[in-house]
Design a protein around this ligand. Sequence first.
Ligand code: UDP
Ligand code: LCN
Length: 806
Amino acid sequence: MSELLQLLLESEEKSDFRSFLSDLRLQETRYWLRNDIINVYSDYCSKYQKSEQFCTASNLGKLIYYTQEIIQEEYSFCFIIRPTIASQEVYRVTEELEIIPMTVQELLDLRDRFVNKFHPQDGYLLELDFGPFYDYSPTIRDPKNIGKGVEFLNRYLSSKIFQDRNEWLESLFDFLQLHHYNGVQLLINDRIKSQKQLSAQVKKALGFVSGRPKNESYEQFRFDLQMIGFEPGWGNTAERVQETLSILDELIDSPDPTILEGFISRLPIIFRIVLVSAHGWFGQEGVLGRPDTGGQVVYVLDQAKSLEKQLQEDALLAGLEGLNVQPKVIILTRLIPNSDGTMCNQRLEKVHGSENAWILRVPLREFNPNMTQNWISRFEFWPYLETFAIDSERELLAELQGRPDLIVGNYTDGNLVAFLLARRMKVTQCNIAHALEKSKYLFSNLYWQDLDDKYHFSLQFTADLIAMNAANFVVSSTYQEIVGTGDSVGQYESYKCFTMPDLYHVVNGTELFSPKFNVVPPGVNENYYFPYTRTEDRVESDGVRLEEMLFTSEDSSQIFGKLDDPSKRPLFSMARLDRIKNLTGLAECFGRSKELQEHCNLILVAGKIHLEESGDNEEREEIIKLYHIIDEYNLHGKIRWLGVRLSKTDSGEIYRVIAQRQGIFVQPALFEAFGLTILEAMISGLPTFATQFGGPLEIIQDQVNGFYINPTNLEETAEKILDFASKCEQNANYWSAISQAAIKRVYSTYTWKIHTTKLLSLARIYGFWNFTSRENREDLLRYLEALFYLIYKPKAQKLLEQHQHR
Ligand code: UDP
Ligand code: LCN
């Protein structure tokens, strides 16, 4: 970048650069984010009638493209530039157009000065730097391989094996000896006494099984194998045992990444999993659509079922049938005594359709019954996490009759609890963010003190840093969740360098190039969500009932609006009624386009329709705004707004009813981390228009199996939808073509089977890595503990005191 700047200053564009900066000076703000920068630049280009070529391809145009932020301080400007994904360079441009590189520390000081929070006379601020802890572990080089951690790790591990065969064989031997199920030894027994013997016995066992009929059941020759030193876990038939042993044999002789992964992924070493989803209403019915209770609950519940099934299949394939193996998955959440008709006050609930997956609810200690007896917003939940983790450990040990093999955290609170549990129980920890709030709320770190009363970001971001660094591996739903796109910063990336004025500076918040990051997108529950054309699986009477509910029935307790012409093409959306979901933006887009109203009705399933029924600030604001828009654009007769809480079966059928009418699904969020409703709509066969900000950009391939919209550009969005509707009116096949492509996209890429197979493989490989590399993480974990006890805990304690006065 410094060359680009140099070129810029040495060319004729220098005067443009100078005028652009003086245009910036004329603005009211002194802090520009990327969108603002582009707007100022595009105004500049129009004002001076610059050519298209100049705007984009000039050195100034390129500089603007890569600039994420500009901060003005007196007469100079600080340019924060992102030349490539996951990198950052900072320069000060003085009034004389001198370019001076700035360090991260200087940038953070500048930001503090910007908000009048720089007080060097009081001493320096705590600096958090996680960089040194990653020096021990390998890092990925090419940003496009970020998120493919396990592939990298396998390559790295197999090259290590190559370099240091004896040490590695020793570790493998130790690792294979470790495993048992309910007291029964698995894999190898003490007849194999050394790694040398292991290699010899593998060959002997191979000789033995190769002489047996392929389909012969493992139980038939179990004792013969035992004599050679092999216990259950190698396969359920002679063929499978032979395959697994051959892979091991090859691994010992000539290790390579695929063989390593193939081998470790087969090992029956995971039987008990804990999924932590702490804050929300976690239940199976009547919980979705409430503030804080959306996709995460759906995700974890479906994941639990799928994991249990996969573990059962894996155990059978590994030949553990005779051991009566019953894998167990526990979803750990909080018990909510005042449960508003849900099951959230029940300690234990079996997950429907599973054999051994459970929701275990652990109550919060009664610090203040006004709070702890009720649902607590995710922004207020922090003081309860440590004691919740302590109490949960006891309950988990009792339920599982031992330690789990894997703990998966969800969202900041669940991830912090997972960290505390994994640390105490010495178990592999996986982190799943779902959504990191830091990038969702603009300037949330810079102005944390002003926002702390409402959002407590100081606790949340500290917890995020602790959990993401502690985790053995991180599962993200998309690539951009980690490192964004060419022109936008990723959610994890936003933790790399930031200031929390008066609290700390983060100079290196996490290693984005670490192999711990893995993209594993979720799936969609195919029992509830399936193509509308599968009429044989649909219940006709449900369809009729829901059709009435969506388009005609009157019920002022939960439905608003009567349609003038219910036969118009439905434009449908379903989401929690919070600001970022932007259903009000969609209503306004619809309101502003008379033409769209001529072709379509707007049908929204969202939150509540009565203000007095909502206790959540953001939801209340959105309710008021939606009514306002309906009146302002006189949408009466053109909109239906349903404040209903649907069962899973109904929510699946609703998409199909809309698809039956050749409707359209719109997801207009200002930012969407992933967006499960998009998968649900697409698998049902609904052409989907989804926000270009966030995960949908990776789910949908624009104009192939859906469409991107820019929800901040209302006119363009309306035009895109209108254009689609008009094309469908001219050619009915167009709707069907997109519908079919949407269905195909989900089945090929977003199934729970794909997800859990990958997740379990990751859990085994990271568990193995942890063991064999003997990577010393203790220093990192101690540092994180210090953060927890010295920063997080006192702040949580303060918040608890505030709660006690409520
Ligand atoms: N949902 C629902 N009723 C509602 C709103 C949402 O059942 O009124 C479900 C929806 O079907 C989806 C989930 O909640 O399964 C929302 O997940 P998504 O990832 O789209 O968004 P989130 O709410 O997690 O931000
Ligand atoms: C949270 C979100 O905000 C959504 O974008 C995701 O789809 C959901 O969690 C499940 O991961």
